[in-house]
Ligand binder design. Structure first.
Ligand code: TTJ
Length: 637
């Protein structure tokens, strides 16, 4: 191509170069998260086209070389010359930062937060990017490398005049990203969510690498179906999903909800299809409307007697699964991570629409209203009982001078920074761990058998459970409203269980308890899973430990598969003596720990995972054990 560098071109190159110099500023991170974010950035353009009413299908393909192809059947990015820039609009879209919104022709452009930074950022961070536009019988093509034009826009062929659409392929730059391999499941979760939020849009995800896979997401029911999906494997207390929609003050509001028979609430909020894990005005508008409307209905219909207190919001939301989706012209994001919606008109709009539609729904469906009110009244009573139980525990521990649980072998150091606590399955392994540990910094708390499944127990039961009480006192932080992370007595909480199915189940019960009652411990990175070895191999008085079958294979390749190899498969922690337990699993110098992390963008999925595992159904449970590792990342080695 001929290159005449005029001022505007130099500006463009400087702009895209800035993206390459500080990629994190534009896509949040250069880890796996940023890598996947590139796909969402491109797909969001097609979703905007769908929201504008011109696109019904998006195909996302992971190619063999881990490049990505996104194709839609929208109108196609404009190819005519843009007056101001003097170049094809297509080129502008991929080379000018924040150009996206200018071509939307109204609609709801995403801005703020990390989203909506546009196709030019993806282009700047790709080794190459290819775009094809199908429009008015022609196929236009253009190619870039590291954000720079290497092939100007030109027609490469003809297409059916009735066909239109955009196809973008790109290869993330391996010199920029720490991770370059796409994870099908991560894309799956996000694209499924996008499909739920964009009624009637079909999204197809194809994996064209060695293990070929294809999934299609298409939900005519939109967020109503999202709620049904989230309640899968749980028991809804009524069949219908309650649905409210409307527009007020230019805010488009959609809410879907349904109660199940559990005790936890799962409310997921979105603004312009982007999830807002910290909530904000749309969420508070919803909560206010729900509490007010329901109490009003309950009073008017004598479900609450005159001498009875109003139901609290928490009572009414017990077991509630809800999706709140708003579309708003100019979203303002607040808070530390810029994930909390700040627009006050969203609060007003959600409040008004939910109040009106829910009042109508309750009047039309007195049977359902009664079921919700029965559940909320029971919740109210249980909450009072739980408060009593907790106050009792609190008073008792104050009297005892905060006495620690009898089974705890505490460490001598009082500096939480250097202290860790091992939660150990079973008394016998607990015994070995006690003799193996480094007394000054390592504490051991043995637990008897399986801990209570908090997913299935009323809160008051949770407070009176002995194993759980001993953990709460040992950690020192208190729980829920009382939670105070500054009182944490150990920097690391390490769950140590057998490397078998039972052990995995106990891990999940533990993680569920922590996730529901002290989620900050996970968010702040204090929770770990110990990794005991699966095999011990002895040869010529030398010893090797293997933590997976693969590792055993590798060791055998190195030392040779001889007759005199002695391989022991550990069935549990109990088979190791104190010294073995120390050197394989507890010694900070040699052990492998898995740090438990929460992916905020997968919160609805994380909730679902905890629930399916803890629920009664057997089939979904297996699914969790297989995908469990997704939520856990290897860190401390
Ligand atoms: C904008 O208004 C005029 C007609 O075309 C509209 C448009 O830009 N549509 C559009 C853009 N559909 N799809 C895209 C698109 C698709 C991908 C995969 C990537 C990008 C950057 C845009």
């Amino acid at each position: 191509m001929s290159t005449e560098y005029d001022a505007s071109q130099i500006q463009i190159l400087e702009g895209l170069e800035a993206v390459r110099v500080r990629p994190g500023m534009y896509i949040g991170s250069i880890s796996s998260r940023g890598l996947h974010h590139l796909v969402y950035e491109i797909v969001d353009n097609s979703v905007d086209e769908a929201l504008a009413g011109f696109c019904t299908e998006i195909k996302v393909k992971i190619n063999e070389d881990n490049s990505i192809t996104v194709r839609d059947n929208g109108r196609g990015i404009p190819v005519d010359i843009q007056q101001k820039a003097g170049k094809p609009a297509l080129e502008v879209v991929f080379t000018i930062l924040h150009a996206g919104g200018k071509f939307g022709g109204g609609g709801y452009k995403t801005s703020g937060g990390l989203h909506g930074v546009g196709a030019s950022v993806v282009n700047a961070l790709s080794t190459w990017l290819d775009v094809k536009v199908y429009k008015e019988g022609k196929i236009y093509h253009m190619r870039f490398e590291k954000g720079k034009v290497v092939e100007n826009m030109h027609v490469i062929g003809e297409c059916d005049p009735g066909e239109s659409g955009t196809e973008v392929s790109f290869l993330p730059d391996a010199t920029i990203f720490e991770e370059t391999v796409y994870d099908f499941d991560i894309l799956k979760v996000r694209l499924r969510e996008t499909a739920f939020l964009t009624k009637a849009l079909k999204i197809v995800l194809i994996d064209d690498r060695v293990e070929k896979k294809e999934m299609s997401f298409h939900y005519e029911g939109g967020i109503k179906e999202f709620v049904t999906y989230l309640n899968k494997g749980k028991a809804p207390i009524y069949d219908e999903v309650i649905y409210c929609e409307g527009v007020k003050e230019k805010v488009v509001v959609e809410v879907a909800m349904q109660h199940n028979d559990t005790y936890t609430e799962g409310i997921y909020t979105f603004v312009n299809n982007i999830n807002t894990p910290e909530g904000g005005t749309h969420l508070s508008g919803f909560k206010n409307a729900l509490t007010k409307t329901f109490n009003e209905y309950a009073r008017n219909n004598k479900l609450l007697k005159e001498n009875e207190d109003n139901l609290s919001g928490e009572d009414i939301r017990e077991g509630l699964v809800a999706i709140i989706s708003v579309k708003i012209q100019d979203p303002q994001f607040e808070g530390q991570t810029k994930q909390k919606l700040g627009n006050s008109e969203a609060q007003t709009a959600v409040n008004a629409i939910v109040s009106e539609k829910l009042t109508y729904f309750l009047e039309q469906n007195p049977g359902i209203a009664k079921l919700i009110s029965d559940k909320a009244i029971t919740a109210q009573r249980a909450r009072a009982a739980a408060r009593k139980a907790r106050d009792l525990t609190r008073r008792k521990s104050a009297l005892d001078g905060m006495s620690l649980p009898g089974k705890l072998a505490d460490c001598s150091s009082k500096n939480p920074e250097e202290c860790e606590i091992f939660i150990v399955e079973g008394d016998s392994a607990g015994g070995s761990a006690k003799s193996a540990r480094k007394r000054d910094t390592q504490a051991i708390l043995p637990l008897r058998g399986k801990i209570l499944n908090v997913e299935k127990a009323r809160p008051d039961k949770v407070y009176s459970n002995a194993e759980i009480k001993s953990m709460i006192t040992a950690f020192g932080t208190g729980i829920q409203e009382d939670f105070d992370i500054s009182k944490l007595r150990y920097n690391k909480i390490i769950i140590m269980t057998d490397a078998d199915v039972d052990g995995a189940h106990i891990d999940t019960l533990m993680l569920t308890f922590i996730y529901r009652f002290m989620p900050e411990l996970i968010k702040e990175g204090h929770v770990y899973l110990a990794q005991p070895p699966l095999y011990k191999l002895e040869k010529n008085k030398k010893v090797w430990y293997a933590y997976s079958d693969e590792e055993l294979d590798n060791i055998l390749k190195e030392v040779g598969r001889d007759q005199n190899n002695k391989i022991q498969r550990y069935k549990g922690l109990g088979e190791m003596d104190a010294e073995q337990l120390w050197e394989t699993t507890m010694d900070p110098e040699r052990r492998v720990l898995k740090k438990v992390v929460l992916d905020e963008s997968m919160l609805s999925e994380t909730d679902l995972t905890f629930n399916t595992l803890m629920g009664d159904q057997v089939a979904p449970r297996r699914e969790f054990i297989e995908t469990n590792a997704k939520y856990v990342s290897n860190l401390d080695i």
